[in-house]
Ligand binder design. Structure first.
Ligand code: NAD
Length: 245
Protein backbone atom coordinates (compact mmCIF):
# COMPACT_ATOMS: atom_id res chain seq x y z
CA UNK A 1 0.00 0.00 0.00
CA UNK A 2 1.09 3.54 -0.69
CA UNK A 3 2.76 4.99 2.43
CA UNK A 4 0.57 8.09 2.53
CA UNK A 5 -2.50 5.92 2.25
CA UNK A 6 -1.19 3.81 5.11
CA UNK A 7 -0.72 6.97 7.18
CA UNK A 8 -4.22 8.13 6.27
CA UNK A 9 -5.68 4.79 7.39
CA UNK A 10 -3.78 4.88 10.68
CA UNK A 11 -5.04 8.39 11.36
CA UNK A 12 -8.59 7.41 10.41
CA UNK A 13 -8.61 4.40 12.73
CA UNK A 14 -7.10 6.04 15.83
CA UNK A 15 -8.09 8.92 18.09
CA UNK A 16 -5.16 9.07 20.49
CA UNK A 17 -2.51 10.54 18.23
CA UNK A 18 0.49 12.53 19.45
CA UNK A 19 2.83 14.52 17.24
CA UNK A 20 6.48 15.09 18.21
CA UNK A 21 8.36 17.54 16.01
CA UNK A 22 11.32 19.79 15.55
CA UNK A 23 12.81 22.51 13.42
CA UNK A 24 12.03 20.65 10.15
CA UNK A 25 8.33 21.34 10.75
CA UNK A 26 8.99 25.05 10.25
CA UNK A 27 11.45 25.04 7.34
CA UNK A 28 8.49 25.27 4.93
CA UNK A 29 7.57 28.49 6.76
CA UNK A 30 10.99 29.90 5.89
CA UNK A 31 12.65 29.28 9.27
CA UNK A 32 15.98 27.47 8.85
CA UNK A 33 16.62 24.35 10.94
CA UNK A 34 19.97 23.53 12.52
CA UNK A 35 21.22 20.40 10.75
CA UNK A 36 19.99 20.51 7.12
CA UNK A 37 22.47 21.37 4.36
CA UNK A 38 21.45 25.05 4.53
CA UNK A 39 20.78 24.92 8.28
CA UNK A 40 22.37 27.22 10.81
CA UNK A 41 25.11 24.74 11.72
CA UNK A 42 26.59 24.94 8.22
CA UNK A 43 27.00 28.71 8.37
CA UNK A 44 30.12 30.45 9.53
CA UNK A 45 30.07 32.27 12.85
CA UNK A 46 32.76 33.45 15.20
CA UNK A 47 31.47 30.94 17.74
CA UNK A 48 29.63 27.67 17.07
CA UNK A 49 25.83 28.16 17.35
CA UNK A 50 25.59 25.65 20.25
CA UNK A 51 28.02 27.84 22.18
CA UNK A 52 26.20 31.10 21.38
CA UNK A 53 22.82 29.82 22.49
CA UNK A 54 24.13 28.40 25.73
CA UNK A 55 23.42 29.55 29.27
CA UNK A 56 27.02 30.45 30.03
CA UNK A 57 27.43 32.42 26.79
CA UNK A 58 24.22 34.39 27.48
CA UNK A 59 25.81 35.66 30.69
CA UNK A 60 29.40 36.04 29.49
CA UNK A 61 28.68 37.58 26.04
CA UNK A 62 25.14 39.02 26.15
CA UNK A 63 25.68 41.39 23.20
CA UNK A 64 26.90 38.60 20.90
CA UNK A 65 24.12 36.35 22.13
CA UNK A 66 21.47 38.92 21.24
CA UNK A 67 23.06 39.72 17.88
CA UNK A 68 22.77 36.05 16.85
CA UNK A 69 19.41 35.52 18.53
CA UNK A 70 17.75 38.48 16.80
CA UNK A 71 19.14 37.55 13.39
CA UNK A 72 18.73 33.77 13.49
CA UNK A 73 16.17 32.70 16.05
CA UNK A 74 13.24 35.14 15.74
CA UNK A 75 11.02 35.15 12.66
CA UNK A 76 8.05 37.36 13.49
CA UNK A 77 6.75 37.33 9.90
CA UNK A 78 6.71 33.52 9.52
CA UNK A 79 3.31 31.95 8.92
CA UNK A 80 2.14 28.41 9.72
CA UNK A 81 2.57 25.96 6.84
CA UNK A 82 0.61 22.89 5.76
CA UNK A 83 2.11 20.75 8.52
CA UNK A 84 1.01 23.11 11.31
CA UNK A 85 -2.44 23.49 9.73
CA UNK A 86 -2.97 19.73 9.28
CA UNK A 87 -2.06 19.10 12.93
CA UNK A 88 -4.42 21.86 14.12
CA UNK A 89 -7.18 20.24 12.06
CA UNK A 90 -6.51 16.83 13.63
CA UNK A 91 -6.81 18.40 17.08
CA UNK A 92 -10.10 20.08 16.15
CA UNK A 93 -11.40 16.72 14.92
CA UNK A 94 -10.63 15.20 18.33
CA UNK A 95 -7.95 12.88 16.96
CA UNK A 96 -4.81 14.52 18.29
CA UNK A 97 -3.99 14.57 22.02
CA UNK A 98 -1.35 17.19 21.49
CA UNK A 99 1.78 18.46 19.80
CA UNK A 100 5.13 18.15 21.56
CA UNK A 101 7.54 20.49 19.85
CA UNK A 102 11.20 21.40 20.17
CA UNK A 103 10.44 24.59 18.25
CA UNK A 104 10.34 28.02 19.81
CA UNK A 105 8.52 29.80 16.97
CA UNK A 106 4.89 29.63 18.17
CA UNK A 107 3.64 28.49 14.74
CA UNK A 108 1.53 25.57 16.04
CA UNK A 109 -0.50 27.94 18.20
CA UNK A 110 -0.73 30.41 15.31
CA UNK A 111 -2.20 27.59 13.20
CA UNK A 112 -4.89 27.01 15.85
CA UNK A 113 -3.44 24.16 17.96
CA UNK A 114 -4.40 24.53 21.61
CA UNK A 115 -2.58 21.56 23.11
CA UNK A 116 1.07 22.32 22.53
CA UNK A 117 4.01 21.47 24.79
CA UNK A 118 6.98 23.66 23.95
CA UNK A 119 9.93 21.67 25.25
CA UNK A 120 12.38 24.47 24.47
CA UNK A 121 10.18 27.44 25.29
CA UNK A 122 9.07 30.28 23.04
CA UNK A 123 10.51 33.46 21.61
CA UNK A 124 7.15 35.08 22.39
CA UNK A 125 7.71 35.00 26.16
CA UNK A 126 10.46 37.10 27.71
CA UNK A 127 11.11 38.00 31.33
CA UNK A 128 13.22 40.45 33.28
CA UNK A 129 15.83 38.51 35.19
CA UNK A 130 15.63 40.92 38.13
CA UNK A 131 11.93 41.71 38.70
CA UNK A 132 10.28 38.99 36.57
CA UNK A 133 8.25 41.42 34.42
CA UNK A 134 6.88 39.85 31.23
CA UNK A 135 7.85 41.27 27.85
CA UNK A 136 6.49 40.66 24.35
CA UNK A 137 8.88 39.66 21.59
CA UNK A 138 8.95 43.28 20.43
CA UNK A 139 11.07 44.05 23.52
CA UNK A 140 13.76 42.09 21.68
CA UNK A 141 13.01 42.81 18.02
CA UNK A 142 12.51 46.54 18.42
CA UNK A 143 15.58 47.20 20.53
CA UNK A 144 19.31 47.02 19.99
CA UNK A 145 22.06 45.58 22.14
CA UNK A 146 21.12 43.84 25.37
CA UNK A 147 17.41 44.48 26.10
CA UNK A 148 16.81 45.99 29.52
CA UNK A 149 13.78 46.17 31.79
CA UNK A 150 12.56 49.47 33.26
CA UNK A 151 14.04 48.23 36.59
CA UNK A 152 17.48 47.90 35.00
CA UNK A 153 17.48 44.07 34.83
CA UNK A 154 18.34 42.15 31.67
CA UNK A 155 15.46 40.65 29.70
CA UNK A 156 15.91 36.96 28.89
CA UNK A 157 13.85 34.94 26.43
CA UNK A 158 11.86 32.03 27.89
CA UNK A 159 13.85 29.71 25.66
CA UNK A 160 15.74 26.70 26.99
CA UNK A 161 19.39 27.39 26.22
CA UNK A 162 22.06 24.70 26.04
CA UNK A 163 23.15 23.82 29.63
CA UNK A 164 19.65 24.62 30.94
CA UNK A 165 17.02 22.12 32.07
CA UNK A 166 13.63 21.58 30.51
CA UNK A 167 10.56 22.74 32.40
CA UNK A 168 9.29 19.92 34.63
CA UNK A 169 5.56 20.53 34.07
CA UNK A 170 6.13 20.50 30.30
CA UNK A 171 8.00 17.20 30.50
CA UNK A 172 5.31 15.73 32.75
CA UNK A 173 2.46 16.57 30.35
CA UNK A 174 4.48 15.38 27.35
CA UNK A 175 5.15 12.04 29.05
CA UNK A 176 1.44 11.70 29.89
CA UNK A 177 0.50 12.18 26.25
CA UNK A 178 3.19 9.80 25.04
CA UNK A 179 2.03 7.10 27.46
CA UNK A 180 -1.58 7.49 26.34
CA UNK A 181 -0.80 7.65 22.63
CA UNK A 182 -1.99 4.95 20.25
CA UNK A 183 -0.13 6.58 17.39
CA UNK A 184 3.05 8.64 17.59
CA UNK A 185 3.95 10.73 14.56
CA UNK A 186 7.49 12.08 14.70
CA UNK A 187 8.50 14.59 12.06
CA UNK A 188 11.00 17.24 11.05
CA UNK A 189 13.56 16.42 13.70
CA UNK A 190 17.03 14.93 13.61
CA UNK A 191 16.31 13.43 17.08
CA UNK A 192 19.80 14.55 18.03
CA UNK A 193 18.97 16.97 20.85
CA UNK A 194 18.65 15.45 24.33
CA UNK A 195 16.84 15.18 26.67
CA UNK A 196 13.99 16.12 24.28
CA UNK A 197 14.58 13.22 21.86
CA UNK A 198 14.71 10.73 24.75
CA UNK A 199 11.09 11.47 25.64
CA UNK A 200 9.81 9.40 22.75
CA UNK A 201 10.92 6.29 24.65
CA UNK A 202 7.79 6.77 26.78
CA UNK A 203 5.67 5.82 23.78
CA UNK A 204 4.67 2.15 24.01
CA UNK A 205 2.20 1.86 21.09
CA UNK A 206 2.39 -0.01 17.80
CA UNK A 207 2.16 2.82 15.29
CA UNK A 208 5.39 4.79 15.32
CA UNK A 209 5.40 6.94 12.20
CA UNK A 210 8.50 8.85 11.23
CA UNK A 211 8.39 11.58 8.57
CA UNK A 212 11.71 13.24 7.85
CA UNK A 213 13.81 14.37 4.92
CA UNK A 214 16.97 12.71 6.21
CA UNK A 215 17.76 9.60 8.28
CA UNK A 216 17.40 9.67 12.07
CA UNK A 217 18.67 7.33 14.81
CA UNK A 218 15.08 6.04 15.27
CA UNK A 219 14.47 4.95 11.66
CA UNK A 220 14.83 1.27 12.59
CA UNK A 221 12.11 1.57 15.20
CA UNK A 222 9.53 3.13 12.89
CA UNK A 223 6.50 1.07 11.84
CA UNK A 224 6.10 3.47 8.94
CA UNK A 225 9.01 5.52 7.64
CA UNK A 226 8.24 8.29 5.17
CA UNK A 227 11.12 10.20 3.65
CA UNK A 228 9.67 13.48 2.48
CA UNK A 229 8.39 16.94 3.18
CA UNK A 230 6.37 17.04 6.37
CA UNK A 231 4.01 19.71 5.02
CA UNK A 232 3.20 17.72 1.88
CA UNK A 233 2.90 14.39 3.68
CA UNK A 234 0.61 15.64 6.47
CA UNK A 235 -1.47 17.69 4.05
CA UNK A 236 -2.04 14.67 1.82
CA UNK A 237 -2.76 12.37 4.75
CA UNK A 238 -5.14 14.74 6.55
CA UNK A 239 -6.76 16.85 3.86
CA UNK A 240 -6.98 14.85 0.64
CA UNK A 241 -9.96 12.51 0.57
CA UNK A 242 -8.83 9.81 -1.84
CA UNK A 243 -5.42 8.61 -2.84
CA UNK A 244 -4.96 5.94 -5.44
CA UNK A 245 -3.05 2.81 -4.45
P1 NAD B 1 17.47 19.76 13.40
O1 NAD B 1 17.89 20.95 12.64
O2 NAD B 1 18.49 19.03 14.19
O3 NAD B 1 16.83 18.69 12.43
C1 NAD B 1 15.82 19.04 11.53
C2 NAD B 1 15.42 17.78 10.77
O4 NAD B 1 14.29 18.07 10.00
C3 NAD B 1 16.52 17.28 9.83
O5 NAD B 1 16.66 15.88 10.05
C4 NAD B 1 15.96 17.58 8.44
O6 NAD B 1 16.31 16.60 7.50
C5 NAD B 1 14.49 17.56 8.69
N1 NAD B 1 13.71 18.46 7.82
C6 NAD B 1 13.99 19.73 7.48
N2 NAD B 1 12.99 20.26 6.75
C7 NAD B 1 12.07 19.25 6.62
C8 NAD B 1 10.83 19.17 5.98
N3 NAD B 1 10.32 20.21 5.32
N4 NAD B 1 10.14 18.00 6.03
C9 NAD B 1 10.65 16.92 6.69
N5 NAD B 1 11.83 16.95 7.33
C10 NAD B 1 12.53 18.11 7.30
O7 NAD B 1 16.24 20.20 14.31
P2 NAD B 1 15.72 19.61 15.68
O8 NAD B 1 15.79 18.13 15.67
O9 NAD B 1 14.43 20.28 15.98
O10 NAD B 1 16.79 20.08 16.77
C11 NAD B 1 17.33 21.35 16.73
C12 NAD B 1 17.00 22.29 17.89
O11 NAD B 1 16.92 23.54 17.29
C13 NAD B 1 15.68 22.11 18.54
O12 NAD B 1 15.95 21.92 19.86
C14 NAD B 1 14.93 23.42 18.37
O13 NAD B 1 14.63 23.97 19.64
C15 NAD B 1 15.87 24.36 17.74
N6 NAD B 1 15.40 25.11 16.55
C16 NAD B 1 14.13 25.56 16.50
C17 NAD B 1 13.70 26.25 15.38
C18 NAD B 1 12.27 26.74 15.34
O14 NAD B 1 11.71 27.06 16.37
N7 NAD B 1 11.65 26.78 14.16
C19 NAD B 1 14.56 26.48 14.32
C20 NAD B 1 15.89 26.02 14.41
C21 NAD B 1 16.29 25.32 15.53
Amino acid sequence: MDKIKQLRETIKNNNQIVFFGGAGVSTESGIPDFRSADGLYRQEYRYPPEQIISHSFFYSHPSEFYEFYRAKMIFPDAKPNKAHLALAKLEQEGKLLGVITQNIDGLHQMAGSKHVMELHGSVYRNYCQKCGKFYEVTAITQTRGVPKCSCGGTIKPDVVLYEESLDEATIYQSVQWLRQAEVLIIGGTSLAVYPAAGLINYYQGNHLILINKSPTPMDDRADLLIEGSIGEVLDQAVNIETIAD
